[in-house]
Design a protein around this ligand. Structure first.
Ligand code: 13P
Length: 252
């Protein structure tokens, strides 16, 4: 059985002071991680402080990106080694906002996933189609191509450590979430791709999250689907009560 995994993606919406306050408030109330894993992915500036505040709890702290190179002249970027030096072992990779605005091509996403795995960082690998892909009937092809390129050269044992987040781009921050049935259909397609690529053991081990306008009110309908193992949540993860409710609804 795959353990559900709920990750908040705060994007560029939370200051350091707010981030630290959030962790203090939330850690008092988080349930045990026996049945559900949970994480918060914050701006780089807050990761160290959040890690310190989360000591002794099961709250995972993740980055929203990392650079594929080990080190060097990459002004403004974050290295995997810098993340692990403060104990961060989780990073979102290839989010659609980065693919669209920050040149995260499929090739770079592949390099970033490899770098993350080389450093023992769990990548939350984001894939998802644009509205025009869905309307033209090519959503499956687009998502499979993203997966194929992102996972190129990564062997089965290492691929098992990847978390895939299926986020249809048209559902992100729009309030227009995918129906649970449509989300399940794509997550099943993703699972089948993983099965064909890596065989049953790895395909069944990899967790697939759905993301796109997930809220406490609709998360249970996604979690009820066979191939959805959690959620990557933007807006609804920024409020303490809402974040806790997402986790509670997952294990209800
Ligand atoms: O992009 C997302 C998470 O990575 C989804 O954002 P929203 O939950 O705000 O739609």
């Amino acid at each position: 059985m795959r353990k559900p995994f709920i990750a908040g993606n705060w994007k560029m919406n939370v200051t350091d002071e707010e981030a630290l306050q959030f962790v203090t408030q939330v850690t008092e109330k988080l349930p045990s991680s026996d049945k559900v894993e949970y994480a918060l992915c914050a701006q780089a500036i807050s990761l160290k402080g959040m890690k310190e505040k989360a000591v002794g709890t099961d709250l995972q702290i993740g980055a929203q990106n990392l650079h594929e190179e080990e080190k060097g002249a990459f002004t403004g970027e974050i290295s995997a080694a810098a993340l692990t030096s403060i104990g961060v072992k989780l990073a979102i990779i290839g989010h659609s906002e980065r693919r669209e605005m920050f040149n995260d091509t499929d090739e770079r996403v592949n390099a970033k996933v490899k770098t993350a795995l080389n450093h023992g960082i769990t990548p939350i690998l984001c894939v998802g189609e644009l509205l025009e892909d869905r309307e033209s009937g090519s959503a499956d092809t687009v998502v499979k191509a993203q997966l194929e390129q992102a996972l190129a050269g990564i062997e089965s044992a290492r691929a098992a450590e990847v978390v895939v987040a299926y986020e249809p781009v048209w559902a992100i921050g729009t309030g227009k979430s995918s129906t649970p049935e449509d989300a399940e259909a794509m997550c099943k397609t993703i699972r089948e791709f993983l099965f064909d690529t890596y065989g049953p053991e790895t395909a069944n081990a990899i967790r697939i999250q759905y993301g796109g306008s997930v809220k406490p009110e609709n998360i249970a309908s996604y979690m009820a689907q066979d191939n959805i193992d959690g959620a990557l949540v933007g807006g609804a993860s920024i409020d303490v009560d809402s974040y806790l409710a997402l986790i509670e609804e997952t294990v209800r």
